[in-house]
Design a protein around this ligand. Sequence first.
Ligand code: BJ8
Length: 382
Amino acid sequence: MKELPKEFEEFSEARRNSFIKVKELKEQGENIVGIFCTFTPVEIIRAAGATAVSLCGTSNEPIIDGEAHLPKNLCPLIKSSYGFALTQKCPNSYFSDLIIGETTCDGKKKMFEYLSELKPVHVMQLPQTVHRDHAYSVWKNEMIFLKERLEKEFNVQITEEKLREEIKKRNEERLVLQEFYSLGKLCPPPLTGYEMKQVLLGSEFTLDKEDQNKKIRNIMDKLKKEYEQGVRNVSENAPRILVTGCPLGGTIEKTVKTIEDSGAVVVCFENCAGVREKARLVDETIDPYDALTDKYLNVGCSVMSPNTNRMEMLSELIDEYKIDGVIEIILQACHTFNVESHRVKNIVAKDNKVPYMRIETDYSQTDTGQIRTRIEAFVEML
Ligand code: BJ8
């Protein structure tokens, strides 16, 4: 087995490291803004001179605390995020001066009502379709409303020049990550999906983005060089899997790790830390608020109805990454992804003639054995 570039370790530690960094930034008087979702226009937060930190709950531990106020049969991501805020166990949440939420799924938007009793929260009212002109106007107004809230909250002015600068920087970040996850197109890929996911998830918690770009470039250079020298870290015969569905952070061991322990390799992640958000850049040539509106309205999340962007992207990815099988991971009680899975199955299995499997799970360990058995049977069949 190869020796991994040392930067891999830093990415897998990124969440923990971000806690220390956020504390330092706070002590230096920086403004911290907590974010949950891919729909958040991070560029506006950064243009306000604030630091955006990820708050998504990926741990099972605070779920029991979250359940003090939230129903048991709710999505684990929502219970975990809320449990962290309630118990003040997550430094990123604790140090946030303001938290940005969006009206995405029902569970999240109702949770934000309780969260606002604990912390200052600004909820963006997200339209649930891209197919109406007024959805565009509503979302653009929400962009401007967020700008005004940040200006008031932090007593700053967000200039067009600064916003354009942040849009450019974030696009650069996306381009580096695009190049990185595109390594999965190689047959066999130069790294496992588990390793790739550590970097993609870690990048959500990395605060110094220039340093992040540099480290990912180093990883890519090393992997490409070794690959050209004939080093192969993954078997050429490993079936190539695309993983889609809900955010994976809290289930990575029992999903991605198990898929790869069963002899397959995950080469593409069609979800929020993966391709879904990064595939599309923000247009740098038009009005920045129009550009951000267009970009973020088109995120192919299942809260959109209909979610045409995701369906089109799935078919393209199956071709581009030469996919042998698709595994969809649904978090317990995520109704939008769960209902949408029937359409996903049809697109994958009927239109693209690729085997499809759907797994519904939470952050607990109770179904680990059952999931392993199902994944092993699926991979065996490929
Ligand atoms: S853009 S996927 S990050 S909403 S919380 S919808 S899993 S029931 S996280 Fe998400 Fe933004 Fe969409 Fe991405 Fe389901 Fe749970 Fe809701 Fe969830």
